[in-house]
Design a protein around this ligand. Structure first.
Ligand code: MG
Length: 395
């Protein structure tokens, strides 16, 4: 079903964002309405604006880039205060020098003090320039997301090893799509998107995924997690905790790290997020909440001398929730509105043309969306008014 109502910019609503500043958004009664799996309409003017993030800068070999404005910085090159030993209490005893942290062999694997889960993670690392060892023995480290599954760090530049153990492998599970490493000594950049597995009543509803870019080249493409991965053993799906640390591995090689930050990600629909394709139950709950907010906003517009703005806003709420009390209220308001226009002196009626047509368009939209009871009385009243005034004729 298409909803192609030609509405003028005049009926564009003013919405109030979180800062209280009015912002021009899309007109109401515009795109396809909410449905059983989407609480928002298409091009929905009531949908919240995306949050504003000031982007960072890219890194060069000489200098790490600046993180985006909303990033949580885990290592900024100065100290290890955000880090501790992984397996026991105690400070992280890796070397910090010239803006980087470096594995001190046998000082132990380290973890962030902070715990988190779904994230966009940025981390840069470099191998020692003087090559030592081969295969898994060459520049091995790794990062464990939530302390659970390892994205391998290895000097994979001209180094043959098993495919699922290369740099950017989901270790023991999936090799990288490509080996896009720079030579040892140069910084490599990982940009990772991580989603933990979601279980409900013991059943997996989302296996969790990891996407990895290495120096801007895609290495893991929304790869499903298969549990924790691991060495030699076939990994099996398991639930993860709610959150966990980022762990950096001491595998005995002096690998360097810098510029480590993450951004938490919003909830997926399967976890109660309200963007995307939702269950029928979650959709209806969200639609009711949106409608309630719009009704509250409509209260703000109460003005007996100028009832149309409040009426239009209340009509808008019906696209989300055909609330009986609201239907009764708009029935009364629309009838009273039509009567009010009819009673205007002849020379004042013309000024109401656009407004009346807006109300009519809203009712037509809601009828198509099945958001009005069948045979909604005031629709006939407003239609007869439009016809009587010849406002249905193209001028
Ligand atoms: Mg490793």
């Amino acid at each position: 079903m298409k909803f192609n109502l030609a509405l003028t910019a005049a009926c564009t609503v003013l919405l109030f964002n979180q800062t209280g500043l009015a912002a021009v958004s899309a007109p109401p009664f515009y795109g396809d309405p909410p449905d059983e799996h989407h609480p928002w309409g298409v091009h929905d003017g009531n949908r919240p604006q995306p949050k504003v993030v000031t982007p960072g800068t890219f890194s060069s070999e000489a200098q790490p880039g600046k993180p985006p404005s909303d990033a949580v910085v885990l290592f900024n090159g100065t100290d290890l205060s955000n880090w501790r030993l992984d397996k026991k209490e105690g400070p992280a005893k890796w070397l910090v020098r010239d803006g980087v942290m470096q594995v001190v062999p046998k000082a132990g694997t380290i973890r962030t003090r902070e715990e988190f889960a779904d994230c966009q993670l940025h981390i840069e690392w470099a191998e020692p320039k003087d090559i030592q060892g081969s295969s898994q023995g060459r520049g091995n480290s790794g990062l464990f997301l939530m302390g659970m599954c390892e994205i391998q760090v290895l000097d994979s530049y001209n180094n043959v090893t098993y495919a699922d153990g290369h740099a950017a492998a989901l270790y023991g599970v999936n090799p990288p799509i490509a080996n896009a490493l720079r030579p040892p000594g140069e910084f490599q950049v990982y940009d990772i998107v991580f989603r933990r597995p979601v279980y409900k009543q013991g059943q997996v509803v989302d296996p969790g995924y990891v996407t990895v870019f290495v120096n801007g080249v895609l290495a893991q493409d929304h790869t499903p997690l298969e549990g924790t991965g691991g060495h030699k053993k076939r990994s099996k799906p398991v639930p993860f905790p709610e959150k966990g640390p980022l762990v950096l591995q001491d595998h005995g090689n002096p690998v360097r790290f810098r510029n480590i930050w993450y951004r938490p990600l919003p909830l997926r629909a399967s976890e109660g997020g309200t963007d995307g394709c939702l269950t029928a139950e979650a959709t209806m709950a969200k639609r009711k909440q949106i409608a309630a907010n719009i009704r509250q906003d409509a209260d703000r517009l109460t003005d007996p001398a100028n009832p149309a703005p409040q009426l239009l806003r209340l009509l808008e709420s019906l696209a989300y929730d055909r609330d009986e009390a609201t239907v009764e209220k708009v029935t009364r308001m629309t009838s009273a509105y039509v009567q009010g226009v009819k009673q205007l002196p002849a020379d004042q009626v013309g000024a109401k043309k656009d407004e009346v047509k807006q109300v009519k368009s809203a009712l037509d939209y809601l009828e198509k969306a099945k958001a009005l009871p069948p045979g909604f009385g005031p629709q006939a009243e407003i239609e007869s008014l439009v016809k009587a005034q010849h406002w249905d004729k193209k001028s």
